[in-house]
Design a protein around this ligand. Structure first.
Ligand SMILES: *Cc1c(COP(=O)(O)O)cnc(C)c1O
Length: 461
């Protein structure tokens, strides 16, 4: 059969319930954007037509998950849903101990406070905003040991989430293993454009760290998507299921933080998972202070039930093929329109290279922020800046961090939008591209101290 025929996948579900969205006029959007300080995080969702701000907590739950909500056991202690969740984490991810948290950053907070001492260094395959901040607040310093290809939006290397083992060795030689409590490994790497790490590389990281007695803490927020890319692209994995590959990834690490709002398709929730009994004891002790009792950790019983079901669904091959397939559909469409995007297309979103899109703007006028604002004005599509605003300031010098990647992220919620929505988005980006010369930058007029991208305000230049 010629391989151009039968290329299409379709969603492995049909729609049972719909939620209306509203199409606004350009005047309405201008007003809304101005009120939001040109920050898409500050827009009201009702003013948004297609919401690609994030895939976090925005996915559609299945009928099984909704049914699970009705089975919520809201006992303060020992809820049956906690035990279901614990069972799912053990069965699918293989981690022995579970500490539920209200979301991913709750788990990051606990593991950082337990493992990091002042002056410690945490190497990682690129940073994530909340992860790095919790490492810093615990007295640690993040060091990026991802391969150089990850910082190059033009590189088509399939595993841009890989660790550069020479860089990691250098960090160990420079600081000494006793100052490195763990290596932080993300599957997939959000800030690099949703790029996966290969199992071959992770295995090498495991060997190197084992030699020095250094732990690996796994940011497993999108592990299913990473496992799918391994199945598709890494030699020797084509015949393995996403669930099997996921298990293989987790088995190479010592513990994990999870934002269940992504892969696992719940609106809120997360957890810390550990294999070491002593660490678990400490974490269980600490969760009571910051999140809640160790059998709910900030989640309702019903939410834990929906999460236990969502974990199983997230690892089904049909599901993940359609999920990543939709992201790639949008990516290919933008590429055909000549839009500069990070290649290869990631698993949870398409990242526009704002430097290449707006070559006339310097990073000091926040090109990605300006482009996100412009896309909203054009069509009511909401996207997110991932560039100099997200990178924040250097803690020592107070200067902006100037990341190499200045990106606008179009993140696709799971099971929410159709191919027609993707077409509308692609056409809008293409029409903004045609008029890019008139886009001017922004100036920041309000800057919060922490994670400034969430609440900063801007004015057009
Ligand atoms: C979202 C996310 C987090 C933080 O999780 P929250 O649930 O938003 O607190 C951590 N790491 C990665 C890679 C993420 O995408």
């Amino acid at each position: 059969m010629p391989h151009t025929i039968k290329q299409s996948w379709a969603e492995p579900y049909k729609i049972k319930m719909v939620e209306p969205v509203f199409i606004t006029t350009r005047e309405e959007r201008e007003q809304a954007l101005q009120q939001a300080g040109y920050n898409t995080f500050l827009l009201r969702s009702e003013d948004v037509y297609i919401d690609l701000l994030t895939d976090s907590g925005t996915s559609a739950m299945s009928d099984r998950q909704w049914a699970g909500l009705m089975l919520g056991d809201e006992a303060y202690a020992g809820s049956r849903n906690f035990y279901h969740l614990e069972e799912a984490v053990r069965k699918y991810y293989g981690y022995r101990y579970l500490v539920p948290t209200h979301q991913g950053r709750g788990a990051e907070h606990i593991i950082s406070q337990i493992l990091i001492k002042k002056g410690d260094v945490i190497p990682g395959n690129m940073y994530f905003t909340t992860t790095r901040l919790h490492q810093e607040l615990a007295g640690g310093k993040f060091v990026d040991v991802i391969i150089d290809e990850a910082h190059d939006p033009e590189s088509t290397y399939p595993f841009k989430g890989d660790v550069d083992l020479d860089k990691l060795q250098q960090v160990i030689d420079m600081y000494g293993a006793e100052r490195i409590p763990y290596v932080a490994i993300a599957t997939t790497v959000n800030m690099a454009g949703g790029q996966p790490i290969s199992l071959a590389n992770l295995r090498q990281v495991r060997e190197l760290t084992a030699r020095y007695g250094i732990k690996i803490i796994h940011d497993m927020t999108r592990v299913a998507e990473n496992a799918f890319m391994i199945q598709q692209k890494e030699e020797g994995y084509a015949a393995k299921s996403v669930a099997e590959i996921t298990r293989e990834i987790c088995d190479l690490t010592d513990g994990a933080t999870m934002s269940a709002k992504k892969d696992a398709m719940v609106n809120i929730g997360g957890f810390l998972a550990l294999n070491d009994a002593d660490l678990y004891d400490e974490a269980r002790n600490m969760v009571v202070i910051y999140e809640g009792l160790h059998t709910y950790g900030g989640m309702a019983g019903r939410d834990m039930e929906a999460l236990a079901i969502g974990i199983a669904e997230s690892l089904q091959d049909d599901h993940i093929r359609a999920r990543v397939g939709q992201v790639h559909y949008l990516g290919n469409k933008l590429h055909e329109y000549g839009v500069p995007i990070v290649k290869p297309v990631g698993t949870h979103g398409v990242f526009i290279d704002a430097r290449a899109f707006l070559p006339h703007l310097s990073q000091d006028v926040f090109p990605a922020q300006a482009l996100a604002a412009e896309l909203y004005l054009d069509s009511g599509v909401r996207t997110m800046e991932r560039g100099v605003v997200s990178a924040g300031r250097n803690r020592e010098t107070g200067e902006h961090n100037y990341p190499k990647l200045e990106l606008v992220r179009l993140t696709i919620p799971r099971r929410v939008y159709t191919q027609a929505h993707m077409d509308v988005v692609a056409e809008s980006v293409a029409s903004v591209l045609a008029e890019r010369d008139r886009i001017k930058g922004l100036k920041m007029v309000y800057e919060p101290k922490y994670l400034r991208f969430f609440q900063a305000r801007f004015e057009p230049l």
